[in-house]
Design a protein around this ligand. Structure first.
Ligand code: NAD
Length: 352
C-alpha cells in the first residue's frame, strides 16, 4: 500500500475497558464519575436482564428504562427525556445493542449527561459520536461530540447470550463499517490499519463463535474486532452501503444488522476495484464482494431482503430515496446498476 503523505485525524476521548464482569466495572466507573442516580437504558426484550444487571451494579443505578427502539425514533426519545427529568438521573448507562446505546446518546444530546455504554451486540455505536434518528419515516444522522459515550465496557459473557442468527448478522454489520472505511474519501493510515485489524479479528472469531457460542476467548476477540470497526465508523465517512442500509431501515423498517449483512457483499462488489480495497482482496484471496458473500453463506447469514418484509415493488422507491441525498461513493452511482444490485440482494443471489 502506498504511504499517504497528508491526512487529518481526530481521536475521540473515550475510556474503554475489555473483560468482565461488567457490573463491577460499571460500579467502579459510576463511583469515579461521582454518579449517585444513574439511569440504565435497555430495549423491552432485554428488560429482565437489565433489571438483574442493575441489581448486580448496586444502588448507584436508580432506575431502569426499557423503552429503547431500533433506529431511535424521535418520539421515543421525547418520552424517555421526560423520564430522565422525572427521576433526576445524573448519568446514563446503556446496556444493549445499538438501540439502547442510541437512546442514551439521544438523551445525552439533550441533557449533556455522561454515558457508560455496555454493548451486547457488535453494532459499534458505542465507539462513535454519531447519532442516527428517525422521524416521519426518514432516518438522518448527526455527528456531535456530546453523544460519544465517555466510558465503554466490553464483557464477553454479555455477547455469549446473543442468539447465533443475530451474532452473525451483527458481526457482518460491524465488518461493513470497516469495509467501507477502507475506501472512504477521508481515510488515513490509522483508519486503514484499524479497519483491517477489525476485519481480521471478525473473520477469525465469528466462525469460532458459531461453532461454540460460549467460547469467551472468541467472543472477546469478536468484541475487539467490533470495537475497531466502530472506531473507524466514527472516524471517516461512509458510502453507498450505509446509505442503502439507512434508507431501508428508516423508510421500510428493515432490521439494522440483517440489512447490513445482506447488502455488504453487494455494496463491496459494486465498489470493487476501489484502491482502498486491495488489502481486503488480498486477505480474502479474491475480490472482496464475492469472498464476503462466500463467508456470509458459510456462517448461514441472511442473504435475501425479501425474507425481511421488503416487497419487490418497493425496490424502485428504495433506489430513488437512496439517490435523493447520496453519500460520497468511490464509484459513480448509477440508477440502473443500483436497481439491479438491489434486485439480486432482494432475491438472495450472489453479487455480480
Ligand atoms: P438492537 O440494539 O436493536 O438489538 C437487536 C435485538 O437484540 C433487540 O431486540 C435487543 O434487545 C436484542 N439483544 C441485544 N443484545 C442481546 C443479547 N446479548 N442477547 C439477546 N438479545 C439481545 O440492534 P443493533 O443491531 O445492535 O443496533 C441497531 C441500532 O443501532 C440501529 O438503530 C442503528 O441505527 C444503530 N447504530 C448506530 C450506530 C452509530 O454509530 N450511531 C452504529 C451502529 C448501529
Amino acid at each position: 500500500m502506498q504511504f499517504q503523505t497528508a491526512f487529518t485525524l481526530q481521536l475521540a476521548r473515550m475510556r474503554v475497558r475489555f473483560g468482565g464482569p461488567a457490573a463491577v466495572a460499571v460500579a467502579e466507573e459510576l463511583a469515579a464519575l461521582g454518579s449517585q442516580r444513574a439511569l440504565l437504558v435497555s430495549t423491552a426484550s432485554q428488560q429482565a436482564n437489565a433489571r438483574n444487571f442493575a441489581t448486580a451494579v448496586g444502588p448507584r443505578i436508580a432506575e431502569v428504562y426499557a423503552g429503547a427502539r431500533m433506529h431511535t425514533p424521535m418520539e421515543v426519545t421525547a418520552k424517555a427525556f421526560e423520564f430522565v427529568k422525572s427521576v433526576g438521573a445524573d448519568c446514563l448507562v446503556a446496556l444493549g445493542g445499538g438501540s439502547a446505546i442510541g437512546l442514551a446518546k439521544a438523551l445525552a444530546l439533550h441533557t449533556d449527561l455522561p454515558q457508560i455504554a455496555i454493548p451486547t451486540t457488535y453494532a459499534g455505536s458505542e465507539a462513535t459520536a454519531i447519532l442516527g434518528q428517525t422521524e416521519a419515516g426518514k432516518k438522518t444522522t448527526i455527528t456531535n461530540p456530546k453523544v460519544q459515550p465517555e466510558v465503554i465496557i466490553y464483557d464477553p459473557t454479555l455477547v455469549a447470550t446473543l442468539p447465533i442468527a443475530l451474532t452473525v448478522a451483527s458481526g457482518l454489520n460491524a465488518m461493513a463499517h470497516a469495509a467501507e472505511a477502507l475506501y472512504a474519501r477521508d481515510r488515513n493510515p490509522l483508519t486503514a490499519t484499524l479497519a483491517m485489524q477489525g476485519l481480521e479479528a471478525l473473520l477469525q472469531s465469528l466462525p469460532q463463535v458459531i461453532e461454540n457460542p460460549e467460547n469467551l476467548i472468541a467472543r472477546g476477540r469478536s468484541q475487539y474486532g467490533a470495537f475497531l470497526c466502530g472506531v473507524v465508523l466514527g472516524q471517516v465517512g461512509m458510502s453507498l452501503h450505509h446509505k442503502l442500509c439507512h434508507t431501508l431501515g428508516g423508510s421500510f423498517a428493515l432490521p439494522h444488522a440483517e440489512t447490513h449483512a445482506i447488502l455488504l457483499p453487494h455494496s463491496i462488489a459494486y465498489n470493487g476495484g476501489s484502491e482502498g480495497l486491495d488489502p481486503l482482496d488480498k486477505l480474502l484471496n479474491g475480490p472482496a464482494g464475492c469472498e464476503l458473500h462466500r463467508f456470509a453463506k458459510r456462517l448461514r447469514a441472511p442473504l435475501a431482503l425479501r425474507d425481511f418484509g421488503l416487497a419487490e415493488s418497493d425496490l424502485d422507491r428504495a433506489v430513488g430515496l437512496a439517490l435523493e441525498n447520496p453519500y460520497w461513493n468511490p464509484r459513480p452511482l448509477d440508477r440502473a446498476s443500483l436497481r439491479a444490485m438491489l434486485q439480486r440482494a432482494w432475491h438472495g443471489d450472489p453479487p455480480q
